[in-house]
Each structure stands twice: as structure tokens, then as C-alpha cells.
Design a protein around this ligand. Structure first.
Ligand SMILES: [Zn+2]
Length: 397
């Protein structure tokens, strides 16, 4: 057992305690509250004094494409000069460039690249990352990406949630045969081997139609996988409503979502995940975070880390944008990047500091727990704990 004291402010994230203490047993939170109310079995234990700093739950990044190879800096420069994504795609760039490089890389190479990125997130307090496949497209390369996620779990202190992503139909395939291959072979194989917990489908122009997505989701559900969607990003397709009606975990992007879509998400308890990086870099309308929240949607905010449309290595930046442009409060932004994001992964024991939840937390290098939302471009993190253990090499104690 470890008892942490000297916490000037702790956010659970739903409650706030001043002069708090946190007791951890077997990787879980045993008790949290004001230090002067610490019950006897914990009071007599030796304490780890956090020196008057703030504590928040470890952040949960519920939408990333962390595994990829290649380099898209030149494309980023072209877009900044005014090239459209369609022009870049037509010239063989965009997702095609990442697919070529990811297919060419072996598992060890992809793992080394992904580990470095996971470390960047860890240093800023992200203790759980969802990671999608979707750059392999051919089944053997999709499986290779998911095996890399499995190895990330062994190699890094964070938690990883693997998701199989149906991204686009690769060249050389007939659309119907490709969807059939997923339904008959890839989805059952991923479910059987446990390489992913969920199936995500990118529903949009140039990606999958709503009818194709429904076929894929039904197959996933039959095999016991959760489902989610890249929905209403570039065009409105109805994917958010359908994935909600099918009991999906989350509908992500939602730049083009409408009030009836929000109502469907709220009604079915499907998380609405906002990805400010992609919205800004692709110059899409910023999703209606405030209105969605007020309509009763459980709103999460994620980095959408990917080499093309969201080269984010820090989830706090996405949360800051959700405050500045989406008009969330600081308290709501923290919930969106912790407990709400954990719901989008069907891991409700993560992203919160309550008795029984996982003892994943960030010691903020400030007396104010919400200071990382205030400082742009620098994240004040003193230490990061996963399951009650220090996760950064330099973390005290
Ligand atoms: Zn994405």
C-alpha cells in the first residue's frame, strides 16, 4: 500500500479536494479525500509527500493512429502553401504514402517508432492510449500493426487499447470483395486472436459507405467486438446515428454532425469524441463541443495523433483547443480527456480517481491541478503513475 499526501488540489475529475490524500492498494485507488479525513488504516502508513502539488487522473487518449512509418512533412508544407488534400492524394501522397511506408516497415521498426511516440505522450501524463490499425489495408499488414500494439503493451508502462480500423479500400481490390474479406476473414481472425477489442470504420467519401459500414459493424458485433466510427468528418453520412443505434462505444470527429445526431448519441450513451487537430489542420468547422455537451452527449476529446491531419504529440493541446474554440470549461475539458475518454474505450475504471478505479495519475508541477490547461506549449508534469507505480524513469519516489 502507498499513501500519497501533500496534494494541494486533486481532481477526480468530477470532484475537487484541497489538501488531499490518495491511498493506493494493488494498483487501485483505495481511498481519496481531504488529508485531515484520512481513515486510520491509512493514517499510520508511511507517506509519500507530493510537496504541495496538484493531482489529476492519468489522461486517456481515446483516438490515435500511433503506429505508422514514413514522413509527411513535405505534404504538410504543401498544404500550408495551399494544396488541397485531394490534390495531395492524386499525387500519391496522403494515406497512400503512409500505407506504402507502413507496409515496407517490419514489426520491430514500427514498434521502435511507436514506442518513441508513446514516450512523448507519457511525459505529458497520458497513461492510456487507444491505437488503431488502418495503414496496412491488406490483412497481413493490418494484423502486423495490431501485433505492434500488443508489443507496445509489453514494452511501455502505459495501457494500450487496440482497435481494428477499416480505413479505405486499397487499390487493386473490388469494393465488395474487400468488405467480404473483412467480414469473413479479418474480423473473425482479430476477434479470435484478441488482437483488438473494437472495430472502427471510416465512413465518408473516399472511404466506406454507410451500407458497407453497417455490414462490417454487424460482423464485428457477431464476433464480440465493440464498434465505433470515424463519423461526419468531411461529409454528413448518418454514421454517428447508426453507430449509436447499434450500441457503439463512440462516434469520432463529428465536424458535420447535426443536433439530431447529438440526440442519438445522448440517447444511446455513445461517446462523442472530438478531434480538434484534424478539424483545424483540414480547415473543417470546429465541432460544436458546447452544444453537444449541453445536449447530453458524453463528450471526449482526443489527439487523433496521425502523420497527416493531426501530428499532435500532446493531448493537453487538444483539450486547450476544446476550451478555446469549443467553449468547454476547464473542468469539462479534464473530464473529456480522462473519464469520458475511458468510456469510449469501455474501460470505465480508467481516467478517474475514485475508490476501485485504476491508480493512474499525474502529479502536476504546480499547486493548481488544472495548470496544464492554462500553459500552452509547455506541460508542467512532475511525475506520472500507472497502477500506483512511477512510470517515468525520473519520477520520484
Ligand atoms: Zn482517426
Amino acid at each position: 500500500m502507498r499513501v500519497f499526501t501533500g496534494i494541494s488540489e486533486l481532481r477526480t475529475p468530477f470532484k475537487r479536494f484541497e489538501n488531499a490524500a490518495l491511498a493506493v492498494q494493488e494498483g487501485r485507488v483505495a481511498w481519496v479525500g481531504r488529508e485531515d479525513a484520512l481513515p486510520e488504516p491509512y493514517r499510520s502508513r508511511s507517506k509519500y509527500d507530493l510537496g504541495g502539488r496538484g493531482v489529476v487522473p492519468g489522461l486517456v487518449d481515446s483516438h490515435t493512429h500511433l503506429v505508422w512509418a514514413g514522413d509527411r512533412l513535405e505534404e504538410y508544407a504543401q498544404r500550408a502553401r495551399g494544396a488541397s488534400y485531394a490534390e495531395i492524394l492524386a499525387a500519391g501522397g496522403g494515406i497512400h504514402a503512409t500505407t506504402r511506408a507502413t507496409r515496407a516497415a517490419n514489426e520491430d521498426e514500427l514498434l521502435a517508432l511507436a514506442r518513441k511516440r508513446a514516450r512523448s505522450f507519457l511525459k505529458t501524463g497520458v497513461t492510456t492510449l487507444e491505437v488503431k490499425s488502418g495503414y496496412g489495408l491488406e490483412p497481413e499488414h493490418e494484423l502486423k500493426m495490431l501485433r505492434v500494439v500488443r508489443r507496445l503493451t509489453e514494452a511501455e508502462p502505459q495501457r494500450f487499447a487496440p482497435t481494428l480500423l477499416a480505413h479505405v479500400v486499397p487499390s487493386g481490390w473490388n469494393r465488395d470483395s474487400y468488405v467480404e474479406m473483412w467480414v469473413r476473414e479479418l474480423i473473425p481472425e482479430v476477434a479470435r486472436t484478441g488482437l483488438a477489442n473494437a472495430l472502427d470504420v471510416f465512413v465518408d467519401r473516399e472511404a466506406f459507405t454507410l451500407a458497407e459500414a453497417e455490414r462490417l459493424w454487424q460482423a464485428a458485433l457477431e464476433h464480440g467486438l465493440d464498434i465505433k466510427a470515424h463519423a461526419e468528418q468531411l461529409t454528413h453520412t448518418g454514421a454517428a446515428r447508426l453507430v449509436a443505434e447499434l450500441g457503439g462505444l463512440s462516434a469520432d470527429h463529428l465536424e458535420r454532425a447535426t443536433p439530431p445526431d447529438w440526440a442519438a448519441l445522448a440517447k444511446h450513451g455513445t461517446v462523442g469524441t472530438l478531434l480538434p487537430g484534424a478539424a483545424l489542420l483540414l480547415r473543417q468547422p470546429f465541432p460544436g463541443a458546447r452544444a453537444m455537451w449541453d445536449a447530453g452527449v458524453t463528450v471526449a476529446v482526443a489527439s487523433d495523433h496521425n502523420p497527416g491531419s493531426s501530428p499532435f504529440y500532446n493531448l493537453w493541446l487538444a483539450l486547450q483547443l476544446a476550451v478555446a474554440l469549443g467553449r468547454l470549461t476547464l473542468e469539462e475539458a479534464l473530464q473529456a480527456g480522462t473519464a469520458h475518454a475511458a468510456r469510449a474505450l469501455a474501460r470505465p475504471q480508467l481516467g478517474r480517481l475514485e475508490p476501485g478505479s485504476a491508480a493512474d495519475f499525474v502529479v502536476v508541477d504546480s499547486p493548481h491541478a488544472l495548470e496544464p490547461l492554462y500553459r500552452w506549449g509547455e506541460t508542467p508534469v512532475h511525475a506520472v503513475y500507472v497502477a500506483g507505480k512511477p512510470a517515468l524513469a525520473e519520477s520520484p519516489p
